[in-house]
Design a protein around this ligand. Structure first.
Ligand code: PTJ
Length: 240
């Protein structure tokens, strides 16, 4: 990994990129994961690269929903495993959730590498290697899942998704929580709770935050997020 000096003005962002490059070298992250991250970075600029209040609310509500769930599962892909492996293990411990590897670019080697890194960070059991069930209505590898994991979960935290799985999981009667910097993505619009925040901030927040015991309207929260992005752009434009 390239050493980034801590004094560099974009230290955090560049270090995050390096984690993904390292993820590719270790066989954890897919090459498409780099492109996905670039798209995320662009939206992160629009929120000022910090946790905005609508994200904080969604994170707190997600902690509550995960706590109250009977059988919650956190779905792990190659970007999540490279960026926050320790964080997702801590979150799973906190809310008593299962961890399941579920990949768009699925290969046995990548599943094993991700399972190893999660176990190295303290996970006892990781689902996903054995795909003995299928999410109905999906005709790509993300349909493959564990019967005792995502298939039978009541709440699924599925960060950095690629589109139609959130809808398919909802059609199975599950609550879906996502972390996605793009408020316009199909996943962001389909989830029950959408956290518009960088996963490198969102997951550590969720390990710490107290659960929010109030009503939560995801559409309203998303629309307020778009308003905050617009406001920020207008303010920046005035500064020029
Ligand atoms: O590891 P695999 O094979 O399962 O593949 C994972 C990726 C992420 C490559 C795959 O799911 C994919 O192609 O995803 P998309 O369609 O690019 O969607 C990913 C979403 O995550 C986009 O809306 C991005 O804006 C968002 N995103 C990217 N990086 C971050 C992020 N959201 C939060 N934090 C990030 N760091």
């Amino acid at each position: 990994m390239v050493e980034i000096p801590e004094t560099h003005p974009r230290y955090r962002s560049l270090r995050t990129r390096e984690l993904l490059v390292e993820g590719i070298e270790k066989g954890i992250t897919s090459k498409a994961g780099l492109i996905a991250h670039g798209r995320g970075e662009m939206f992160d600029y629009l929120i000022g690269e910090k946790t905005i209040k609508t994200a904080e609310r969604a994170e707190k509500k997600s902690v509550k929903v995960l706590y109250d769930a009977e059988d919650p599962v956190i779905s792990i892909n190659g970007n999540v495993a490279a960026l926050v492996p320790k964080g997702v293990v801590s979150l799973a411990d906190r809310v008593e959730a299962k961890l399941e590897v579920n990949l768009f670019h699925r290969s046995e080697e990548r599943i094993s590498s991700i399972e190893d890194i999660l176990k190295d960070k303290g996970a006892e059991k990781v689902y996903g290697r054995e795909a003995d069930a299928e999410i109905p209505g999906l005709d790509h590898d993300r349909a493959l899942c564990a019967e005792e994991g995502i298939y039978s979960a009541d709440v699924v935290l599925a960060p950095l998704e690629d589109g139609d799985r959130a809808q398919a999981l909802k059609e199975m009667g599950k609550k879906v929580i996502t972390i996605d910097l793009n408020p316009l993505s199909r996943t962001a619009r389909n989830a029950n709770i959408t956290i518009i925040d960088n996963i490198v901030r969102a997951v550590p927040n969720m390990v710490e935050y107290e659960p929010l015991d109030e009503d939560f309207d995801n559409s309203k929260n998303l629309s307020q997020t778009l308003d905050l992005m617009c406001e920020r752009l207008k303010n920046l434009s005035k500064e020029l």
